[in-house]
Design a protein around this ligand. Structure first.
Ligand code: SF4
Length: 440
């Protein structure tokens, strides 16, 4: 029996796909092993959002060949779709598969026999028009359930549409089937993932269903305690979805909403489909209905044309907004994007300075959000990891909680009262009691 190991870079969507592909291998009798356990085959699922992602891929291949010199190394994922030739020149790579090929890996690389030449099987992205459903299981406390893939938007800085193709999704019926399958396992929380999940419902290029209908249907799935929406574009986060989540049985009060810039000048240059007034309106709507709701924000610093004044617009906008934390990305030039042709390049040093300022602001926001929720009672889904004798978990509104390690608590939902913020910035809870009242 051949041994296969997997390594995933990038987003929740990549993790859901690697997990699904690994189950396909196990179904064919391969033994899934850890990266360091001398496998015969390595499958490396790549990302390509930043330059770093490319460098990481090269490093992992080198490590793989050190661990198992005669192994067969296959590269899949976004980097593989965008730069298959570049990857085929990395020493030790045996095969590179594109977005349309990655789920046919076992069929296309039958037997994984080494050849002189590196196999490059990456068709044009237009060919990647099939939706392959996927979900992660047994890898982490939470399951990532893929509901949508690809994107029809054309944001000036982004290569994802070039790496993953047009927007397409599974049917609500099929997703319910996967959710019910997951409900048969010990998983308690499912995170809906995709590229542009608010655009859910497009099949064969035509809109057939709506994201809100998917949310309504999933809320009825018995056996899943929590559904979390991973990330959703502000212009696709409807009042209907916000109102539903505010009274939902299973959808948690946590939205991660990409903003990218707080300056309308930059938003227009990026080709985003909203202005900051719409974003502010979404935040107000959420906080009116769910004051304890957690709101995470993606923001890019250093986009071409971002002067000091325009950056300050972003800083002040975020500083005013009632949000909970930021994910700060430093703009990096990506080939074949519109932004790479734009004037007004921001020096790297300035980009890093701005990134630092927003990371400090993010910590300030997170702390304020945590303080506002002290003394309140929430449920926590405790995870496996232990740090300094403490185990951790997240409340439904995404507050990271620390508690004394107790093996009985792993993957358990507990009602706790938030008491204080410790030196690590996590929230301490007192004597949590196992009062897990199932509402199934
Ligand atoms: S919405 Fe924009 S940033 Fe997001 S994946 Fe699509 S093109 Fe990229």
């Amino acid at each position: 029996m051949k041994k296969v190991a997997f390594y995933t870079l990038g987003c929740k969507l990549n993790y859901s796909e690697t997990s699904t592909i690994s189950r396909m291998f196990e179904a064919k009798g391969y033994q899934k092993v850890e990266f360091e356990q001398n496998p015969d085959i390595f499958i490396i699922n790549t990302c390509s959002v930043t330059d770093n992602a490319d460098k990481k891929c090269k490093k992992i291949v080198k490590e793989a060949k050190k661990i198992s010199p005669n192994s067969y190394v296959t590269i899949i994922g976004c980097y593989a779709q965008l730069k298959p030739q570049e990857i085929s020149e990395i020493e030790g790579v045996d095969a590179v598969l594109g977005a349309a090929e990655k789920f046919r890996l076992l069929e296309l690389l039958d037997g994984f026999a080494k050849t002189q030449e590196t196999k490059v099987l990456a068709s044009e992205i237009q060919e990647a028009n099939i939706f392959n459903n996927a979900f992660s299981i047994h890898d982490r406390t939470r399951t990532f359930l893929k509901v949508q893939d690809g994107c029809n938007y054309g944001c000036a800085f982004c290569t994802i549409p070039l790496a993953r193709g047009k927007s397409r999704s599974d049917s609500i019926e099929n997703i319910l089937k996967s959710a019910r399958e997951i409900a048969q396992t010990e998983v308690k929380e499912v995170v809906l993932t995709g590229v542009n999940i608010g655009d859910f419902g497009i099949r064969e290029g035509k809109r057939q269903e709506r994201f809100s209908d998917l949310v309504f249907a999933l809320d009825e799935v018995e056996g899943i305690e929590r559904f979390r929406i991973s990330s959703i574009e502000p212009n696709l986060l409807t009042n209907e979805v916000i109102e539903f989540v505010s009274r939902s049985r299973r959808f948690v009060p946590h939205f991660h909403i990409p903003l990218q810039s707080g300056s309308n000048t930059i938003l227009r240059a990026m080709g985003r489909r909203y202005l900051r007034e719409l974003y502010e309106d979404r935040v107000d709507k959420i906080k009116t209905l769910m004051p304890h709701c957690c709101i995470g924000v993606d923001v890019i610093v250093g986009f071409p044309g971002e002067t000091d004044e325009l950056f300050l617009e972003t800083y002040n906008f975020l500083n005013e907004l009632d949000i909970s934390y930021l994910h700060v990305f430093t703009y990096s030039e990506r080939a074949n994007t519109r932004a790479v042709e734009m004037d007004g390049i921001v020096p790297i040093k300035k980009r890093n300075e701005r990134s630092k300022m927003l990371r400090i602001l993010s910590e300030k926001k997170r702390r304020k959000f945590y303080e506002e929720n002290l003394g309140k009672t929430f449920t926590v889904l405790f995870e496996e990891d232990v740090e300094d004798g403490k185990m951790h978990g997240f409340t439904e509104n995404y507050i990271r909680v620390a508690a004394k390690y107790d093996p009985l608590l792993v993957n358990e939902l507990k009602t706790v009262t938030l008491t204080s913020i410790n030196e690590k910035g996590n929230v301490e809870v007192v004597e949590p009691e196992l009062v897990y009242e199932s509402h199934t």
